[in-house]
Unconditional design. Structure first.
Length: 283
């Protein structure tokens, strides 16, 4: 390797290292700030390391009556896992149908679904969703949100699964049909086991989305505080006592909320990158 190539590689590594530090800085700052007092956070917000580290923030959260961490973690866990399961099943089945199925208007329907990727409605749909569920008397609690997600269309995930299925040889389907498998049987017995990389990717992305969901859980649990998720409870920590915001408690709570995401990524890490790349092979 000549000097020019070595210099280029060193510059590339330096840029990547800088980008990594910039990406990790918010996490590092949150972690170190969780050991600071609220006074230190408000008077010296630019300091990275605490002057006098303390675990009192975690003790206050753990023993807080208003912030029932056990209940909040349980609500976030079952809300997230059920929605991840819904997203994975809908994405895998819809992606398989669009890749292997033959029906009238398939290309038109898929084009419409694809167009939805470029339409962002933000939170403008919150009120219509709440109004519809209110008419059905299903407007309270996390289960109402799960019903909404059950009838949702995870367009990007469907697109990824479709691309992955198209990369698989059709000989697998033909061999399964010769053995007597139906269209649905071929999916569950042959195709779905091969979708592990892309489904793991979808599961991680969905886990991150639903675990950090704040607006909808806040709206739908207003009358049922016992069903609040961890993200909703974190915002309540800011004003648990007095007029001053308790940023120290929020930092400690944020660290606790971040741990499940890191664990989920650690378990699915080996599938994550390969799944994203494989899902974009064909389209």
């Amino acid at each position: 390797m000549n000097i020019k190539n070595k210099t280029t590689m060193m510059i590339s590594h330096a840029i990547l290292l800088l980008l990594m530090l910039l990406t990790l800085f918010p996490i590092i700052y949150t972690f170190t700030s969780s050991f600071k007092t609220n006074m230190e956070l408000m008077t010296e917000p630019g300091r990275l390391l605490p002057v006098d580290p303390t675990v009192e923030n975690y003790e206050l959260i753990w023993n807080s009556d208003g912030f029932n961490i056990g209940r909040l973690l349980w609500n976030s866990t079952y809300y997230t896992l059920i929605n991840v399961f819904i997203s994975v099943m809908i994405s895998s089945m819809a992606g398989y149908v669009f890749a292997r199925g033959e029906f009238f208007g398939k290309k038109f329907v898929f084009a419409c679904f694809t167009a939805l990727m470029f339409v962002k409605t933000g939170n403008i749909t919150v009120y219509p969703q709440f109004d519809i569920l209110n008419a059905l008397n299903l407007n309270k609690g996390l289960w109402a949100l799960m019903i909404i997600h059950l009838f949702g269309i995870p367009v990007v995930n469907i697109y990824l699964v479709r691309g992955f299925v198209l990369s698989l040889p059709k000989a697998l389907d033909e061999a399964a049909q010769i053995d007597g498998c139906s269209f649905i049987g071929t999916f569950f017995k042959i195709i779905m086991p091969l979708l592990k990389p892309i489904l793991a990717t979808i599961a991680i992305l969905s886990f991150n989305l639903y675990w950090n969901d704040y607006i909808l859980p806040t709206v739908f649990t207003t009358t049922k505080p016992e069903q609040q998720t961890l993200m909703v409870g974190l915002m309540a920590l800011k004003s648990t006592s007095g007029a001053a915001s308790n940023w120290n408690l929020m930092m400690a709570g944020s660290v606790i909320a971040l741990l499940p995401l890191l664990v989920a990524y650690a378990f699915g890490n080996k599938y994550f990158v390969s799944g994203l790349a494989a899902g974009a092979v064909k389209g």
